[in-house]
Design a protein around this ligand. Structure first.
Ligand SMILES: Cc1cc2nc3c(=O)[nH]c(=O)nc-3n(C[C@H](O)[C@H](O)[C@H](O)COP(=O)(O)OP(=O)(O)OC[C@H]3O[C@@H](n4cnc5c(N)ncnc54)[C@H](O)[C@@H]3O)c2cc1C
Length: 246
C-alpha cells in the first residue's frame, strides 16, 4: 500500500522545544558539603545551612577562583524534545553528560517537524565571525513555513512508502530531515550544565559572549530555569562571575 501526502500519518509542526526535569538530586548544600570536606572533614548537612551568608560567600569564592569539583556532586536528568539538528549540537558536549535518545531503528519515527516561529530571526547579516540575525520580511516568513512544510510532508511520505513496502526502519529513515523532532534523556551535573550554558546561551552577564543557534539556546534557557530553582546560590554565583563554568 502506498500513501499520498494526504493519506499519510498527519504531520505535526512545532516552533517550540520542551524540557522536563524528570529526576534530580541537586541543591546548593551539595556544593558546600563537598567543599567543606577540605577543611572540616565530614560533617552533617544541618551544620551547613546554619550560616546562609557564609554559605553564599563560599559558593561565590569557589566559582570565582574556579574550584570546579564541588559543583559535580549533584545530578539532574532532563527529558528533552527538540529537532535532530539541536541534538547534533547538544551531543558535542561530552564531559559530565549522559545521553539516551529514542531509536529510529526500533520504532517508527513520528511525523513531528520544526518550523520557526514568528519571533525567530530568519536573516543573517554581516561577514563570518561578525554577523547578526535580523527578522525576515513577511514574504520570507511565509515562504519558509510553506517550503519547510511541503518538504517535510514529502519526505515523510517517502519514509512511509518504504516502510509499507517492507524496508527496514533503519534504512528508510535516511530520507527524513534534521528538522524532525527527537527526544532524549540527558543527565548532567551543575558544573557540566554551566559549561553548556556558557556556550549555548547569550546573556548580558556573560564575560565571554557566545553566539549559539537560537534553537539550542531555547533548550538551554528551559534547563537553566529548572536548575536555578534547585540551586539558586550556585546559579547566582555563576551569573555574578561572568557565566564561566568553574
Ligand atoms: C557557537 C558555537 C559554534 C560552534 N561551531 C562548530 C562548528 O562549526 N563545527 C564543529 O565541529 N563544532 C562547533 N561547535 C562545537 C564546539 O567546537 C564544541 O564541540 C562544543 O561546544 C562542546 O564544547 P566542549 O568540547 O568544550 O565540551 P565538552 O565536550 O563537554 O568538554 C568540556 C571540556 O573538557 C575538556 N575536553 C573535553 N574533551 C577534550 C579533549 N579531547 N582534549 C582536551 N580537552 C578536552 C575541554 O576543556 C572542554 O572545554 C560550536 C560550538 C559553539 C558554542
Amino acid at each position: 500500500m502506498t500513501h499520498t501526502p494526504e493519506e499519510s500519518a498527519k504531520p505535526g509542526f512545532r516552533s517550540d522545544v520542551s524540557v522536563e526535569l524528570v529526576k534530580h538530586s541537586a541543591a546548593d548544600t551539595d556544593v558546600l558539603w563537598a567543599a567543606r570536606v577540605s577543611t572540616a572533614g565530614e560533617q552533617s548537612l544541618d551544620e551547613l545551612t546554619k550560616d546562609p551568608e557564609r554559605s553564599k560567600g563560599l559558593i561565590n569564592y569557589l566559582m570565582r577562583d574556579r574550584h570546579g569539583s564541588p559543583f559535580e556532586h549533584n545530578s539532574m536528568t532532563f527529558f528533552i524534545s527538540a529537532p535532530i539538528f539541536v541534538f547534533r549540537e547538544f551531543m558535542r558536549h561530552r564531559v559530565g553528560w549522559s545521553y539516551n535518545e529514542e531509536s529510529g531503528r526500533y520504532r517508527q519515527l513520528q511525523p513531528v517537524f520544526y518550523v520557526p516561529g514568528e519571533d525567530r530571526r530568519l536573516v543573517q547579516q554581516g561577514r563570518p565571525g561578525k554577523y547578526e540575525f535580523v527578522p525576515g520580511t513577511r514574504e520570507q516568513q511565509e515562504l519558509t513555513g510553506r517550503v519547510m512544510e511541503a518538504s517535510y510532508r514529502q519526505s515523510y511520505v517517502a519514509y512511509q512508502e518504504m516502510l509499507d513496502a517492507g524496508v527496514a526502519r533503519e534504512v528508510a529513515r535516511a530520507v527524513l530531515p534534521v528538522g524532525l523532532f527527537s527526544s532524549m534523556y540527558a543527565t548532567c551535573n551543575a558544573r557540566s550544565l554551566m559549561h553548556f550554558l556558557g556556550l549555548r546561551t547569550q546573556h548580558e552577564q556573560a564575560a565571554v559572549p557566545s553566539f549559539p543557534q537560537r534553537e539550542i539556546e531555547m533548550v538551554g534557557e528551559l534547563m537553566e530555569a529548572e536548575w536555578a530553582r534547585l540551586m539558586p546560590l550556585t546559579h547566582a554565583a555563576f551569573n555574578a562571575n561572568g557565566r564561566i563554568a568553574p
